[in-house]
Design a protein around this ligand. Structure first.
Ligand code: UD1
Length: 338
């Protein structure tokens, strides 16, 4: 099976992926600077799996700290989640995004190369499809970025492709996530955003908890059946399994660079998500219509053919289960991962 380094392994998708890795029989080492996540994630991983990943509090920009991980462990492959991901913040602090995401990745790649570790699964985003394409998005469409966060994902994909071009012993899968939501079914692990959340489901949860009076609905005048934006929401545990599939079906078998969409292939509107959440939590969610949010597209969902055919991966959870799992985590952890 082997030993996998998970950067950003205490974050939302990273921690769920650690659970999936351990369950699949991998040994897991986590490196995270804890800037937006909590070390408590590791205790939760332990409660779910019976195993605690070996943990390094390390920043991706610190090559020496990364070297220590590779000195201590024979790492067979890396899943790289560590990075900043708030769109609006990236517009205000572009330098922080380029430093953490692009420079951090360069440092990681340099150290991986030094230690002869050339298998990587990278955490990319559907944001790379930009504003010009029409859903369903396919991996071979033109990519573009409308903010520094998106730029960092695009730049990193380009760097990874160039590395594979120059040295054919690298194997790199870039996974383009659609909208990850939900939580581990135990209610022990889930999304615990630092500060005030901006993504839809954490905002819904905040509203249900009475931490804000109403949920802002950003635009009811889109060209969609109910006028609100449509997204491809995918269960975080399905997403986690997508990484296991990328290791087993791609980096273990092939070399070169390849992108994969990870989504369900199905889109739901903001109002459909709200209605489903109301059903699972048994409460009404007050809404407040706001102007469209800068940079939002009307409709985004994946063409999932490539992941299905090449990774043999497919999402399984429907929207009700995603909302129910999210709500269970909120109820069990009203103050987050304390
Ligand atoms: C956002 C980012 C995207 C990033 C992804 C993962 C933007 C423009 N895009 O995707 O780059 O990869 O998060 O972190 O920020 N909505 C509301 N009310 C809310 C919150 C959201 O109506 O309080 C709507 C949005 O307008 C959108 C949908 O819900 O139609 C989903 O929003 P969100 O969860 O923020 O995801 P994306 O915008 O798709």
């Amino acid at each position: 099976m082997g030993k996998i380094l998970v950067t950003g392994g205490t974050g939302f998708i990273g921690s769920h992926t650690c659970v999936a890795l351990i369950r699949a029989g991998y040994q897991v080492v986590v490196a995270d600077n804890l800037s937006h996540s909590k070390v408590e994630s590791l205790a939760r991983i332990q409660m779910i799996t019976g195993k605690t990943p070996r943990f390094y509090q390390a920043d991706m920009r610190d090559a020496e700290a990364l070297r220590q991980v590779f000195l201590d462990h024979q790492i067979d492959g890396v899943i790289h989640f560590a990075g900043l991901k708030a769109v609006a913040e990236s517009v205000e602090q572009p330098l922080a995004y380029y430093e953490n995401n692009v420079y951090g990745t360069l440092q990681l790649l340099r150290v991986m190369e030094e230690y002869g570790c050339k298998k990587l699964v990278f955490s990319s985003s559907a944001t790379v499809y930009g504003a010009e394409n029409t859903a369903p998005y396919r991996e071979n469409m033109e990519t573009s970025a409308v903010n520094p966060y998106g730029q960092t994902k695009l730049m990193i994909e380009q760097i990874l492709e160039d590395i594979c071009q120059a040295d054919d012993s690298w194997s790199i899968a870039a996974l383009r996530y659609f909208n990850p939501i939900g939580a581990h079914e135990s209610g022990l692990l889930g999304e615990d955003p630092s500060g005030i959340p901006t993504n839809l489901v954490p905002c819904i949860a905040r509203t249900v908890m009475g931490k804000q009076n109403a949920l802002p609905v950003y635009g009811k005048d889109y060209d969609t059946p109910d006028g609100t934006g449509i997204r491809d929401y995918v269960h975080v545990m399905d997403l986690a399994e997508g990484h296991i599939a990328a290791l087993a079906e791609y980096t273990a078998k092939r070399t070169g660079f390849r992108t994969f969409n990870l989504g369900t292939g199905k889109g739901y509107s903001v109002l459909e998500v709200v209605q489903t959440y109301e059903k699972v939590c048994g409460k009404r969610i007050p809404l407040h219509t706001e102007a469209r949010r800068n940079g939002d597209v009307a409709v985004s969902y994946a063409d999932v053919t490539r992941a299905k055919e090449e990774l043999k991966w497919e999402a399984t959870a429907g929207l009700s289960r995603m909302c129910a799992d999210s709500w269970r985590f909120i109820c069990q952890n009203p103050r987050g991962l304390k």
